[in-house]
Design a protein around this ligand. Sequence first.
Ligand code: FAQ
Length: 327
Amino acid sequence: MYSQGLIGADGRSEETQAFLDAFQKRIDAEEKIEPNDPMPEGYRRTLVRQIGQHAHSEIVGMLPEGNWITRAPSLRRKAALLAKVQDEGGHGLYLYSAAETLGVSRKQMTEELLDGRAKYSSIFNYPTLSWADIGTIGWLVDGAAIMNQIPLCRCSYGPYARAMIRVCKEESFHQRQGYEIVMTLAQGTTDQKAMAQDSLNRWWWPSIMMFGPHDADSQHSDQSMAWKIKRFTNDELRQKFIDATVPQAEYLGLTIPDPDLKWNEEKNGYDHGPIDWDEFWRVVKGHGPMAKDRVKARKKAWDDGAWVRDAALAHAEKRRARKMAAE
Ligand code: FAQ
């Protein structure tokens, strides 16, 4: 398909077979690809899609937890939750910056999020109904995010891989604070334990859906694995997550809401029941319970922040003009 010496859609890369082979050779040799290196247009687009979606997820992911900052049960819990939500904002910023090195602006990415062209993780379309959900999100959602993101520290694209190193350190703190909240509830009164169980019941399946469709239905996995953007398939990561999480639930004395969950000696991992892919695709296509509210909140933040962007641009312009006049 590429053997005709096509000019890539970026107008720069000549995507001859020789060019693609040389690029793949660098990938196979575990060299990092940096922003100014020649790269196939498909590689660039895959990264813009994935990093953009990842950045949006971090920013939209602040909303369900932000909802509980004013209702945290103690000052200690409030301070930790505030710090966590702030960290997620920082992750979004590193990720938007990493995507910007690929020639796409934050404004473009935000517009795509607001008009529905860009996705964000399905998980953030579910509501946080109780304080226990804040614990469960840290335990399961950050736990799933870490499982997915540790391999991204070895992603072939340098800026994404480097951003992930710090992100993973922070996610690991988030996971622990979440687990500790759930542990406190699970060891508390009967009502507190019931609250933790109810939360696990609601978040378990959406959490394991976070890893994306089964490998057979994952349109991007093969190419992303070949380019070493992804290091493990969706099902491999989901399996690792389930295997790590089941003993944690057992320790807490909570029951994972999957009657088919059982240890499989042969594969040295757990078998799980069928995932409701209709629900997953409904949510991914923008029909999740909180989808409209999430996009509305992001739109309001973007519109309300217009004066800040305008002021920053005016200030930069003034400084530039002053510098020019002085030269
Ligand atoms: N939600 O061919 P694949 C966090 C889409 S960060 C929505 O398998 P791929 C931190 C996929 O985009 C959580 N859409 O795709 C935090 C594609 O559609 P497209 C976010 C999904 O890219 C914690 C189509 O389905 N993490 O939680 C989802 O090879 C607490 C076919 O799928 C990342 O973004 C989904 N769950 O694999 C923050 C990590 N799954 O784009 C606050 C980086 C799939 O062609 C609080 N991303 N789709 O229209 C990845 O690792 C990958 O992109 C996957 C999907 C694994 C998510």
